[in-house]
Write a protein that binds this ligand. Structure first.
Ligand code: C5P
Length: 416
């Protein structure tokens, strides 16, 4: 059964397909067909408005099951239990998901069967948003999507293109084939790495890594310092994921407010110079390094030993360059793995590619501050992987999922 599942991840799987009131509901018919053709058992729950866009008869015929819309059948009083539906499903896929349904899900509103089932579901939940471009870009919708993502809901991002309104932009539901492939990956091979709570296979047992994370602190005097907004969340997630897959991990950590991930040895440092020493020492007997820290590029030439007094004049602090930890590891890596990050605000890919080469990374994880949901502090990230063979752009994911994808790539490095 396991081998069969890897070949045909949807075979025998129970997919609850939720359909909401969007013009993209017509694509749900094709989606349902793709799922059943791949061997999945599909049941369909619709919002009352969804019936205006696609008929229950169409969906019942394609799914080979009666459609569920109301809490009970008005004819005979039979109860449609959202609890048993939620427990029945291996995956609850809501496609199309309107802005209204996403907002209600984020708020925990339960005024129809589709929503009560969301609250009862214990399985992975996937949503494929569909709406007009301005509704999708609206802060309210984006905040709702972030809340759902932080709660573990997976999002198959909409595409850019011509919309039913006649406008052009991002908001068109992803194609049914892409959504079906996403669910297949989630329920198949990718399920273990996509599910942060699952016990991971110890694929990296015997391997040692050094991970840098967080912001460095460059003292100006005993009271003031220069630092940055890095929360350390991405680096901590990578360290935790490596450890969860059996690796020995030394986490060289700048300032963060995070708990140490399970199974990770943490070494706290303050300045870029301290991080340099600790990281180089740990890399000596490591198989690889992942450089997630936001290291200061400049540090004050002199650190005053007493608090600087203010005066009426301007104050000039002269800074000197710090040493580049990643570049140093890159120069001495000798066949070992080295992964870097690039946080850019403009001309992102060109800058990241230059760093890939200059620092001798095997691959670099680019995040742009221009992308909503990427970068500092938040629990989500939107990254692109770049390596010598090309680029791979990932959708908006939780930092735990981005860490899982990074570690999937690290695993592949050691399989070579
Ligand atoms: O050059 P830039 O700072 O943008 O490069 C980012 C990458 O280099 C990150 O992986 C970061 O952790 C690493 N880096 C480093 N030491 C520095 C500066 C950056 O390890 N002094």
């Amino acid at each position: 059964m396991e081998t069969q599942r890897m070949m045909r991840p949807l075979a025998g799987r129970r997919i609850l397909l939720g359909i909401t009131g969007s013009i993209a509901a017509y694509k749900a018919a094709v989606l349902c067909r793709s799922l059943t053709t791949a061997g999945a058992e599909v049941r369909v729950v619709m919002t009352p408005l969804a019936k205006q866009f696609i008929t229950p008869l169409t969906m019942a015929t394609l799914s080979k099951n009666p459609i569920l819309v109301e809490f009970f059948d008005p004819e005979n009083g039979a109860w449609n239990s959202h609890v048993s539906l939620g427990l029945w499903a291996d995956c609850y896929l809501i496609a199309p998901a309107t802005a209204n349904t996403l907002a209600k899900m984020a708020a925990g509103i339960a005024d129809n069967l589709l929503l009560t089932t969301y609250l009862s579901a214990r399985c992975p939940v996937v949503v494929a948003p569909a709406m007009d471009l301005d509704m999708y870009a609206h802060t309210a919708t984006q905040e709702n999507l972030h809340r759902l993502l932080e709660r573990g809901v997976r999002i198959v991002e909409p595409e850019a293109g011509e919309l039913a309104s006649g406008l052009t932009g991002k908001g068109r539901m992803a194609e049914p084939a892409e959504i079906a492939a996403y669910v297949a990956a989630l329920l198949g091979e990718g399920a273990s790495s996509a599910d942060a709570t699952a016990e991971k296979e110890k694929t990296l047992r015997g391997k040692r890594f050094v991970v840098t994370a967080g912001a460095t602190i460059e003292a100006i005097d005993p009271v003031r310092f220069i630092s940055n907004h890095s929360s350390g969340k991405m680096g901590y997630a990578v360290a935790g994921e490596l450890a969860a897959r059996g690796a020995e991990v030394v986490l060289v950590s700048g300032r963060t407010a995070l708990p140490t991930p399970e199974g990770v040895e943490r070494r706290d440092v303050l300045s870029a110079a301290e991080m340099y020493d600790a990281t180089l020492a740990a890399y000596e007997d490591a198989d690889g390094g992942v450089m997630c820290a936001a290291v200061a590029d400049y540090t004050p030439c002199e650190v005053a030993d007493r608090k600087l007094k203010k005066s009426d004049d301007d104050l000039t602090i002269t800074l000197r360059r710090t040493k580049d930890i990643a570049a140093e590891l890159g120069a001495r890596k000798a066949g070992r793995l080295l992964v870097g990050f690039a946080l850019e605000t403009d001309d992102e890919e060109a800058h990241a590619e230059a760093k890939l080469v200059r620092k001798n990374f095997d691959f670099i994880v680019l995040n742009s501050l221009r992308d909503a949901g990427a970068g500092f502090r938040g629990d989500t990230n939107k990254v692109t992987f770049l390596d010598a063979s090309g680029r791979e752009a990932l959708p908006l994911l939780s930092k735990a999922e981005v860490a899982a994808r990074i570690v999937d790539r690290i695993e592949r490095f050691f399989e070579r």
